[in-house]
Unconditional design. Structure first.
Length: 371
């Protein structure tokens, strides 16, 4: 019998993508913050927090499930690569036909080579992380639990504390592969040593409380920064408010860890539709985070600025994020139905070539090391 995915984790994937979509609605909407009160401004901007929580969750889940893998997930990589090309080229053609003014030369080149060009930074990082997973796992397998824990502590200080509180540029902060690798390590540690740690096995209410504390810190940081901007202590910038809620924020990292641990404490179950929708989460990212969707969906259709001075704008954005999850999932399910077999065949052929190349590459590295 085929292995059934645990629907509580699959549901967490859907929640993570919902949070990312919600954050992007906030990020790409052209708000007029200067005419708002600070409290109202913060109530809108705080919805961005979920975007980085969602990204962190994806990398944590990846590490949790792949930490014991020794073979290259070539089919998974090939399938996601081909899917990315399919959506990127389709969106490019639609944009050139209906909204050609949105396309600049740089965007055109990146749309043709979306993975190598890093147009979808999250997808590119995800693919290269899976590509590196077998090597990372061999390195981690050589560590004791204590050494693994020390690695995580040092990494936390360097990548999150120095990057956020000391603006240390050597950390390569924000949206980088090294940050994703660190999150992968965290997910792997939880999988390997969860039952050896009192903290990781603590009651889910403890993890929920810590999560809420992180959210208070995140919202508080946005409020303080907005106050400083309003009073002229910091130069105004539409996106300066999320400085402490960005990719290398320790609050975002801890928040994602705690939310992940909460879900791990929940009873396992299986639901066909949850698992089916979860297969569409990465395509959801491709469908909503591009120049056409930013212009057409976020600023033309949703157009949240028409409610920006009212108390219902937050619910309006939440509503649209939920609606988009279902619409984008439905689009990808239709694509799977119409083109799924073709994509699978291409992925199968590509994965075979990838395995041959990977085998040659790994053997070459081993020879160089041996010599």
């Amino acid at each position: 019998m085929a292995h059934q995915r645990d629907s509580k984790i699959e549901f967490l994937r859907i929640i993570a993508m919902f949070l990312i979509i919600l954050g992007h609605i906030i990020y790409y909407t052209n708000w007029h913050y200067t005419a708002m009160t600070v409290s109202h401004q913060v109530s809108i901007q705080s919805l961005w927090i979920g975007a980085k929580l969602g990204v962190n969750l994806f990398f944590l889940i990846t590490g949790y499930f792949l930490i014991r893998q020794t073979a290259l997930k070539s089919f998974k990589i090939a399938h996601l690569w081909i899917t990315t090309l399919f959506y990127s080229w389709t969106i490019l053609m639609l944009t050139l036909i209906f909204y050609p003014h949105l396309i600049k030369l740089g965007a055109l080149i990146k749309s043709v080579f979306p993975i190598l060009g890093g147009y979808y930074w999250f997808i590119s990082t995800y693919i290269f992380l899976i590509l590196l997973a077998p090597i990372l796992n061999k390195v981690l397998a050589a560590l004791s639990q204590k050494e693994y824990c020390i690695l995580l502590i040092v990494g936390f200080g360097y990548l999150f504390i120095l990057a956020t509180f000391f603006t240390n540029k050597t950390t390569g902060s924000n949206n980088t592969l090294i940050t994703a690798i660190y999150l992968y390590f965290c997910g792997g540690y939880i999988r390997l040593y969860r039952h050896n740690s009192h903290y990781l096995q603590a009651h889910y209410l403890i993890h929920l409380i810590i999560l809420l504390i992180m959210l208070v810190f995140l919202i508080g940081s946005i409020y303080v920064l907005d106050l400083l901007i309003k009073n002229g202590f910091i130069k105004a910038n539409n996106h300066r408010f999320f400085y402490f809620a960005d990719g290398n924020s320790p609050f975002e990292l801890i928040g994602a860890l705690e939310l992940f641990l909460v879900f791990l404490q929940l009873p396992s179950f299986h639901n066909h539709w949850i698992n089916k929708i979860a297969t569409t989460t990465l395509p959801m990212y491709l469908l909503h985070d591009n120049y056409l969707s930013h212009y057409l969906i976020i600023n033309q259709w949703i157009h949240a600025t028409k409610y920006q001075y009212t108390n219902k704008v937050q619910l309006y954005c939440l509503f649209w994020a939920i609606v988009l999850v279902f619409i984008l999932a439905a689009i990808d399910l239709i694509v799977q139905f119409l083109f799924g077999k073709g994509i699978n065949r291409l992925a199968q052929v590509s994965s075979q070539q990838m395995r041959r190349f990977a085998s040659y590459f790994y053997n070459l590295i081993n020879k160089l090391i041996s010599s």
